[in-house]
Design a protein around this ligand. Structure first.
Ligand code: 13P
Length: 248
């Protein structure tokens, strides 16, 4: 059985106040979800302790990024071990904003994924094509290459891997992939994972990119979409919880 996951990536948003109020509400509501969804909140690293405290074990917590080292003289960086030590279960790796704004490459993503899985946390590895790549018909090959390279150093720890398909053109734009297009890409990712020797049927594949309460149900009804990675809508407690409820 694949894990069903709805994760809220706050990006560089939020506050101590939001960490208390939103997470308190989500924790209460998550307790009454009867569809087996695991709810994950991924706040800015500086609020992790606040969110972990509020989550009370009913909601999982993740970090948005880690450095590619275990420890040392890397001012400003945090490690996967530190995230684990602070109560995180998940680490986002290779979000398109990290790739585009901070120049993260597939090689760097692979290094980080190796450290994350070695620390026992689950890496949520983000992949997705740009609008130009989609319009030129290369979306599937771009994503295939990101999956193959980004996961090249997993070396058997597949239970610690989740893949999030987030088409870049759908992030923060209000445009979502249709449920059919998202399903087609997820099926293609699963095929690639199979070819890599991974237990593909057991790996959760999340969709991200302008997921809202009014489009979640159609996306989550698709057989290869095992959850969502939610940006903007995860900052509004009621909307985030209604997205979690849309799982069949
Ligand atoms: P939006 O839901 O705001 O489009 O962001 C998606 C995302 O990037 C989540 O990681």
């Amino acid at each position: 059985m694949r894990r069903k996951i709805v994760a809220g990536n706050w990006k560089m948003n939020g506050s101590k106040d939001l960490s208390e109020k939103l997470v308190g509400y989500v924790r209460t509501e998550a307790g009454s979800l009867d569809n087996g969804v695991e709810v994950v909140i991924i706040p800015p690293a500086i609020y992790i302790r606040d969110v972990v405290g509020q989550a009370g074990g009913a909601v999982s917590v993740g970090v948005q990024n880690v450095g590619q080292w275990q420890s040392g003289a890397y001012t400003g960086e945090i490690s996967s071990e530190m995230a684990k030590d602070s109560g995180c279960d998940y680490v986002l790796v290779g979000h398109s904003e990290r790739r585009q704004i901070f120049g993260e490459t597939d090689e760097l993503v692979a290094e980080k994924v190796a450290l994350v899985v070695a620390s026992g946390l689950t890496a949520i590895v983000c992949v997705g094509e740009t609008l130009e790549e989609r319009e030129s018909g290369s979306a599937e090959s771009v994503v295939e290459s990101q999956v193959r390279q980004g996961l090249s150093a997993v070396s058997g720890a597949w239970k610690n891997v989740v893949v999030a398909y987030e088409p870049v053109w759908a992030i923060g734009t209000g445009k979502t992939a249709t449920a059919e297009d998202a399903q087609a890409m997820h099926a293609s990712i699963r095929t690639v994972l199979k070819e890599m020797g991974a237990p593909a049927e057991e790996i959760s594949l999340l969709y991200g990119g302008s997921v809202k309460a009014d489009n979640a149900a159609a996306l989550f009804a698709e057989p290869d979409i095992d959850g969502g990675l939610i940006g903007g809508a995860s900052l509004v407690a009621e909307e985030f919880i209604s997205i979690c409820r849309y799982f069949p």
